[in-house]
Design a protein around this ligand. Structure first.
Ligand code: ADP
Length: 881
């Protein structure tokens, strides 16, 4: 057995081998040690008392799915090895085979896949002058590919990985050196510490990386492989002709799926080429900072996605997330969506009916995925039918539409009448989870099945009748006819009545208080029932499998239906949202001006009844760089983010929280959020801050929107200010990278930029000061804040009065620009303790320093030799206090 185990293990490197032994899956050796820890189960050993005990742990087979899910979530890969023959007395060692390798990117079981998310497997291929990337969601059959040529192609691929957020990335082994350091090993991002204690950047991708042999991606093999899978003569129909790197990546992904699933994934019926430049780019930092699909605390709650997701189906929810991760830049497409949303927004009754009807649709894509991979249960298929039952109703509701997109959805939606009828005719209304439990196939569907069932039924009745008859014949009132799995049918007689047992009874089993018997008649009936039952299961299984296969032939229709449902669900959801949250239709245009009137933050406004709306006008000429100042807690971050969020929402075709919004096509939204804001998550170092800034300065274009919330905070004041200033200038001046920029800063000096550069505008967050109290108005007004109010905020936070008083004093000095000879603020002056003693006496320290300054002022440098200069310098230095 151990030899068999080792052989199989060797064939599946890089996986945890779940080795089926009876009712358990067992893991051995290193696998056991690792898995016991990760699954939190007890580690034991085989041959415990020998010299070489084998570490071992196990989980019951019926609970395995949950454990596998746990491991997959952590980024491990699991090979499931089953017994492929029945154990019998003759076979010493049963045959075993790996039937599936479950990996983070290929998991399909319900326990592992949340409904609202795609589970993409990504593949990258190529290197040097061109690279391709492909994304495949096995649970739904979605499959996309693209490629990049020329300079920066590697970084572009990485940017796509950030946007798709795959669970697993596969790549050729030759890319290991480049890729491996960017991935957290087991799928969980861990911040590594180097030996000298310095914090290293966390890996860029918190998912699993799987390396495959390079031949998996080799060009000529790949083209053939894809054509064979899709049954086409050329890949041109998918837009993939001549895109060899995209083809390599796509084939790599599909081959990996087929290898791990041991299945040909027929529901993957096509692949779409996509042009990354058709989509707005949101890098990982921006997705995080704007809390687009996840909030800063990690969960979905309070993210943009969570507040705008009012979809009714898993498919709609997934599509919405995809739209958010990759918003469209196609104005025509977006206008079409907005027209549809506007129509449903107006027509409340139809919208509500649509949403009610959508509720009845279950996850067609996922159900279909399970049908294709052979894991669909009879209940899944009935759910598929029930879902399709809603399609004619959806069509009816769409029939009256005016918006082009709604009409188009109606046209492409097939109501699948024949398929529904086929399933309804074949399966019973409420079949059990497992076929073996019977009653899956409807009566009247198959003559032989009906006959067997009635035979079984008649025999069962005959058996039931035996009980009554035998009771009368023997006179034993407590005589029972019963069934169990081991002994079949039997007649049970209590000990007390044994003397009444007739001669034709055969003893089968003896219990404490009773004996069990059979008769030739009972045996005969039993055979008939059991044979009929076995045959019934065989027939039901066969019919069900045929039905599954026939559904698979309808895959393209069902996938189209699923996509129509998803789109409709998003649009109706947007319309609903617009109605309940008072969102307005944004105007998208190809110009350069972003104008928002009465804009609100979609998430923050749901937490307060008194959200203060704000405006913005920003363009690429007169007002291209806004410097935003104002007190801490004044509302700068909220303001910045709401502008970014409104821009993103407009680019998915959603109405926006504002009175009015004119939004230009934006190619990228960049964000850089101050070091201090993020420190609590242990992510931010000055290095991270600068890396993100560098990325913005190198890649922003005039069509980008750049949101900077503090720059330079992670270093000393003067450095920080200098960097912030230079960044502002660069974004304003450099034609190629002059993006529309909103720059919130606590460096007051930055507001001076408005005097020097024509496109800079100062805005501030208003506060009202009332007898020393400050009130944040959260209103953005023109001009720069006259002071930063840090001390007032500190007072609100409860700093002791003496500290506040002292801080005010120091601030006064600083603001008076009183620096000493070394450029340091003269903090020593007016120390409260000294001040009390000699209030009006000149400060000793000042006096001493003043004489030094006088001497410096009077030095005549023209007549000073180098040697003399040194002597003077030495003297002066010794006198400075
Ligand atoms: P800053 O970035 O200036 O320090 P924030 O933008 O973080 O300030 O805002 C601080 C708090 O003020 C937010 O948590 C929010 O509760 C509140 N706030 C901000 N903007 C508004 C607004 N427009 N209306 C109402 N409350 C707001």
């Amino acid at each position: 057995m151990v030899r068999q185990y080792l052989e199989i293990k060797q064939q599946h490197p890089g996986t945890l081998l779940f080795f089926r032994m009876g009712d358990f899956y067992e893991l051995f050796f290193d696998d056991a040690v690792l898995a016991a820890r990760e699954m939190d189960v007890t580690l034991t050993a085989r041959h415990k008392d020998s010299d070489n005990p084998i570490p071992m742990c196990g989980v019951p087979h019926h609970a395995a799915a949950g454990y596998i899910a746990k491991l997959i979530e952590k980024g491990f890969r699991v090979a499931v090895c089953e017994q492929t023959e029945e154990p019998s007395a003759k076979t010493k060692l049963v045959r075993r085979e790996v039937i599936r390798v479950v990996t983070p990117g290929t998991a399909i079981d319900e326990q592992m896949v949340g409904g609202a998310e795609n589970r993409f497997l990504a593949a990258v291929a190529g290197a040097g002058d061109a690279m391709g990337a492909a994304f495949l969601d096995l649970t739904t059959g979605e499959f996309l590919a693209t490629e990049f040529r020329g300079e920066g192609n590697f970084e572009s691929v990485l940017a796509q990985l950030e946007q798709f957020q795959p669970r697993e990335v596969i790549a050729p082994k030759s890319l290991e050196r480049l890729l491996a350091p960017m991935f957290s090993k087991a799928g969980v991002a861990v911040e590594e510490t180097t030996t000298d204690g310095e914090r290293r950047l966390p890996p860029r991708f918190a998912c699993a990386l799987t390396l495959c042999d390079d031949w998996h991606f080799s060009t000529d093999l790949c083209d053939d492989f894809l054509r064979t899978h899709f049954g086409v003569a050329s890949l041109a129909g998918f837009g993939l002709e001549g895109r060899v790197r995209a083809v390599s990546a796509a084939a790599g992904a599909l081959r990996y799926i087929r290898d791990t699933q041991r299945n040909d994934a027929r529901h993957v019926t096509g692949i779409s080429w996509f042009e990354p430049s058709d989509f707005m780019q949101l890098d990982a930092a921006t997705l995080r900072n704007l809390e687009i699909v996840e909030s800063s605390s990690g969960g979905k709650r309070d993210s943009l996605l969570s507040v705008i997701d009012t979809t009714e189906t898993g498919m709609g929810s997934r599509l919405l997330k995809n739209w958010l991760l990759r918003p469209s830049m196609n104005v025509r497409e977006l206008d079409a969506r907005l027209d549809a949303v506007a129509e449903l927004h107006r027509d409340t009754i139809r919208r509500d009916r649509l949403r009610q009807t959508l509720k009845r649709v279950q996850d067609i894509e996922r159900l279909l995925g399970r049908v294709s991979l052979g894991t669909a249960t009879p209940r899944d298929v009935v759910a598929l039918r029930a879902s399709c039952d809603a399609l004619p109703d959806l069509k009816k509701l769409l029939a009256e539409s005016a918006a082009a997109l709604l009409r188009q959805l109606d046209d492409s939606l097939d109501d699948c009448a024949d398929l529904r009828a086929r399933i309804a005719d074949t399966l019973t209304e409420n079949p059990p989870l497992k076929i073996e439990e019977g009653s899956v196939i409807r009566a009247g569907y198959d003559a032989e099945l009906d006959e067997l069932r009635s035979l079984r039924h008649d025999s069962q009745s005959a058996i039931a009748a035996i009980e009554t008859r035998e009771r009368e014949r023997t006179g034993i009132a407590s005589l029972k006819v019963r069934f169990n799995n081991v002994f079949g049918y039997y007649i049970e007689i209590s000990k007390a009545n044994l003397k009444l047992v007739p001669d034709d009874y055969d003893r089968k089993q003896t219990l404490v208080n009773a004996e069990r018997f059979t008769t030739p008649e009972l045996k005969d009936l039993e055979d008939r029932v059991l044979n009929a039952e076995a045959r019934i299961v065989t027939i039901e299984t066969k019919i069900f499998q045929d039905l599954r296969a026939s559904i698979l032939d309808d895959t393209p229709r069902l996938q189209t239906a699923a996509r129509v449902v998803a789109t409709l669900d998003c649009l109706a959801g947007f319309a609903h949202l617009a109605a309940v949250r008072r969102y307005v239709r944004p105007v998208l245009h190809e110009g350069d001006e972003l104008v928002i009137t009465g804009g609100r933050h979609p998430v923050v406004e749901t937490h307060t009844s008194r959200f203060v709306p704000n405006d913005v006008v920003i363009n690429n000429s007169t007002e291209r760089l806004h410097i935003i100042t104002g007190p801490n807690m004044g509302g700068k971050s909220v303001y910045l983010r709401q502008i970014g969020l409104i821009a993103v929402m407009a680019h998915i075709g959603c109405f926006v929280p504002a009175k009015e919004a004119r939004v230009p096509v934006i190619d990228r939204v960049f964000t850089r959020i101050g070091a201090s804001d993020n420190l609590s998550r242990g992510r931010s170092t000055f290095m991270v801050e600068m890396t993100e800034t560098a990325n913005i300065l190198n890649t922003a274009t005039p069509r980008s929107l750049v949101l900077l919330d503090e720059i330079g905070r992670g270093t000393a004041t003067f450095d920080g200010l200098s960097i912030a200033w230079a960044v502002g200038e660069y974004l304003h001046e450099n034609g190629q990278h002059a993006a529309k920029t909103l720059f919130a800063t606590h460096y007051h000096e930055m507001t001076e930029l408005a005097r020097l550069l024509p496109g800079v505008k100062n805005v501030q967050l208003a506060v009202s000061e009332n007898t020393g109290d400050i009130v944040f108005l959260h209103k953005v007004i023109d001009g720069s804040a006259s002071k930063s109010y840090g001390i007032e905020v500190a007072r609100l936070a409860g700093l002791p009065a003496t500290v506040l008083a002292r801080a005010r004093e120091i601030l006064q000095n600083l603001e008076a620009n009183e620096l000493d000879v070394l450029g340091k603020p003269k903090l020593a002056r007016h120390l409260p303790s000294r001040k009390k003693k000699n209030d009006d006496q000149p400060n000793l320290f000042d006096k001493a320093n003043e004489t030094v300054l006088d001497e410096l002022r009077n030095l005549e440098l023209d007549h000073l030799s180098a040697a003399d200069a040194l002597t003077v310098l030495e003297r002066l230095k010794s006198r400075v206090l």
